[in-house]
Design a protein around this ligand. Sequence first.
Ligand SMILES: Cc1cc2nc3c(=O)[nH]c(=O)nc-3n(C[C@H](O)[C@H](O)[C@H](O)COP(=O)(O)OP(=O)(O)OC[C@H]3O[C@@H](n4cnc5c(N)ncnc54)[C@H](O)[C@@H]3O)c2cc1C
Length: 376
Amino acid sequence: MDLSARLTPVLEAAGAGAKEVDASGAFPDAAVAALRDSGLLGLTLPTDVGGLGGGPEDLVEALSAIAAACGSTAMVYLMHVSAAMAVAAAPPPGQPDLLARLARDTLATLALSEAGSRSHFWAPVSQGQREDGGVRVQARKSWVTSAGYADVYVVSTLTPHDLQANGQGASDLYVVAGSGPGIEVAGPCRGLGLRGNASAPMTFDLVAPEGDRLGQAGGGFDLKLQAVMPWFNLGNAAVSLGLSQAALDAAVGHASGARFQHTGESLAELPTIRAQLARIALDLSCVRAYVVQAARSLAQPDETTTLHVLGVKAVANDAALRITDTAMRVCGGAAFSEHLQLERFFRDARAGHVMAPTADVLYDFYGKAVTGQPLF
Ligand SMILES: Cc1cc2nc3c(=O)[nH]c(=O)nc-3n(C[C@H](O)[C@H](O)[C@H](O)COP(=O)(O)OP(=O)(O)OC[C@H]3O[C@@H](n4cnc5c(N)ncnc54)[C@H](O)[C@@H]3O)c2cc1C
């Protein structure tokens, strides 16, 4: 598949635009265009629909490299892959060419989180209603990455009461075209980090044909947990890895070059600074090894895979907080200056931790799993 050749132009475009994207909050158009041209929108989709047939380890490689270049681009890409994998798991019968379009050039995202159920993305509170022609989806989504830029949204809502074969609280996922009526970006995106990923609130008020639903009525919960969460958690961990690596590189570069003129020493010649760098380099190595182990487990599932899915995002998100924080400390006042880009990695790294499932929710789930308690 030649992943590194496909990645090169994406990394160039993402790296060239990252500073401006962060400063202005503009969507990374050039990097997303490069992603479309590279074929990487279809990285993990099957080859028979035009995808590249890549696996979890390929996704980790791609996302961590893109995140090191531009965190906003990486998050736009991660949300596309997560939405595309939900579609691949249960293609909507009314849109037979959708997977091929997602593999080619159609940018997708997930519109799951709702103001009413906050980070509990598995539990929408918006209620679908049967209407002539399909199901009315009336939902207020609190955060949607690529809001206003995605070609396709995968939107969750509670299953209409009369279709609730699986009991009350069942939910559905619908594929909604970004160009259709009844879709609005309901507020600005002004985040602390990932400032260009257009994560904004959105409202949906439209009738979705039943043929645009992923899977059977009431199947949304299982799709979110079994099709979305493994790829999203792994990919989100990879973004944390990329941001951590970029922060470490910036800190090592600065500490090695910055000198005290009166002593002739570089920062890196101070034992405390060296030890801090050693700690975060080792921290990153351990976390990278765990992320690779999790990716392998996803590629060849066994009885440990659920734990890997639950653990990988929490571990990498927490490491990114520690590593970017220490890198800032190591670089002193210089870390506040834009030239190191360190403060961007520091801010960008904060997002992964609060993205659902949040790191703290995952620790709780992991604890339940190791003690034999049901997750829900
Ligand atoms: C940059 C960015 C991009 C995003 N993109 C998308 C997107 O594309 N699509 C989408 O659907 N959503 C998206 N989100 C939303 C995200 O997934 C979360 O839903 C959102 O960040 C939750 O924020 P909140 O204030 O509602 O958290 P809250 O739910 O209010 O959480 C507050 C705190 O409570 C903790 N907490 C909550 N429940 C539990 C529990 N059961 N056990 C232990 N601790 C708990 C949390 O860990 C957190 O520390 C995005 C968010 C960000 C920041």
